[in-house]
Design a protein around this ligand. Structure first.
Ligand code: HEC
Length: 282
């Protein structure tokens, strides 16, 4: 009996030790936890900052869109309420500066024409293979839902809060993308990065096939916001968050309306109950 308990315990100890050492030994690297940002769209009353979305769009247009598509985004979306809210004229001019494929025409041919507000953003590459061929094998993912598709575990104790509806923190993906954009550094001593790859503190495995896309001063802002990698990263991430969740504000407004209704309803019930029972002796 005692021997079987002993062997059980030592077996369990071995498993625990293997679990503790295993991943670290197998991977030999560790990505940093994304920095937590103060997003305007976080929380129960959160909403997008229109100027930030406009700046973020500029960063996307001038930098990211040379490699990343946003297939779900049509030009006219940029004029919708809750978004960057460009004017109809601005959107029409912007669309006209892009070419899209259309056809077939009467002679059965496909042709290029200037885009219209109802068109979607033309992708930078014809297909995934063309993108990989241009990017030494790596594929720049489409950005339609990218911010919502990335996340990370916040660990104890915050993950307990994250499980509660209403209190949960939903900006993991945004924190990750913004941190990733700022996370390029020299590799630590003794770490080698293969050609065509770059060291990034936040990328899983610390190696990424995307060259550092941002540098201070690369995009000109006309609203006086700082032209720094830090600011660009936050702005473009906010824009991509809007792209992935354009109806966030409407959703939060419904929640606020429901809560306000419940409060009023509870008060009415309370006073009705008082009135009904007021003549009844205790
Ligand atoms: C020169 C082309 C290029 C440009 C410009 C570029 N990217 Fe990328 N991006 C890539 C490639 C290639 C990958 C895939 C990397 C990999 O899988 O290792 C990628 C991956 C990513 C990822 C996903 C990382 C992950 O967790 O898998 C994010 C987020 C991203 N890019 C954001 C951006 C943003 C934001 C911009 C604009 C500021 C931008 N990229 C500009 C080529 C580019």
């Amino acid at each position: 009996m005692r021997r079987s308990i002993l062997s059980f315990l030592s077996g369990a100890a071995l498993i625990v030790a293997a679990l503790a050492v295993g991943p670290a030994a197998a991977e030999g690297h560790h990505e940093k936890k994304p920095e937590v940002h103060a997003w305007s769209f976080a929380g129960f009353f959160g909403s997008y900052d229109k100027s930030q979305l406009r700046r973020g769009f500029k960063v996307y247009k001038e930098v990211c869109s040379t490699c990343h598509s946003i297939k779900m985004l049509a030009f006219r979306n940029l004029a919708q309420p809750g978004g960057p809210q460009f004017s109809e004229k601005e959107v029409a001019d912007l669309a006209a500066s892009y070419k899209v494929k259309d056809g077939p025409n009467e002679s059965g041919e496909y042709y290029d024409r200037p885009a219209r507000p109802s068109d979607r953003f033309p992708p930078p590459f014809a297909n995934e293979q063309a993108a990989r061929a241009a990017m030494s094998g790596a594929y720049p993912p489409d950005m339609s839902v990218l911010v919502k598709a990335r996340g990370y575990g916040r660990g104890f104790p915050t993950f307990l809060l994250d499980a509660l509806p209403g209190l949960s923190y939903q900006e993991h993906g945004a924190d990750y993308v913004a941190s990733l954009l700022k996370g390029y550094t020299e590799p630590p001593h003794g770490v080698t990065v293969p050609d065509g790859q770059f060291y990034n503190a936040y990328m899983s495995g610390n190696r990424i096939g995307m060259p550092p896309p941002l540098s201070d001063g690369a995009v000109t802002y006309d609203d006086g916001a700082p032209q720094t990698v830090d600011q660009y990263s936050k702005d473009v991430t906010a824009f991509l968050m809007w792209v992935a969740e354009p109806h966030l504000e409407a959703r939060k407004h419904i929640g606020q309306g429901v809560l306000a209704f419940l409060i009023v309803f509870a008060l009415l019930l309370y006073f009705t109950k008082r009135k009904i029972w007021s003549n009844v002796a205790h």
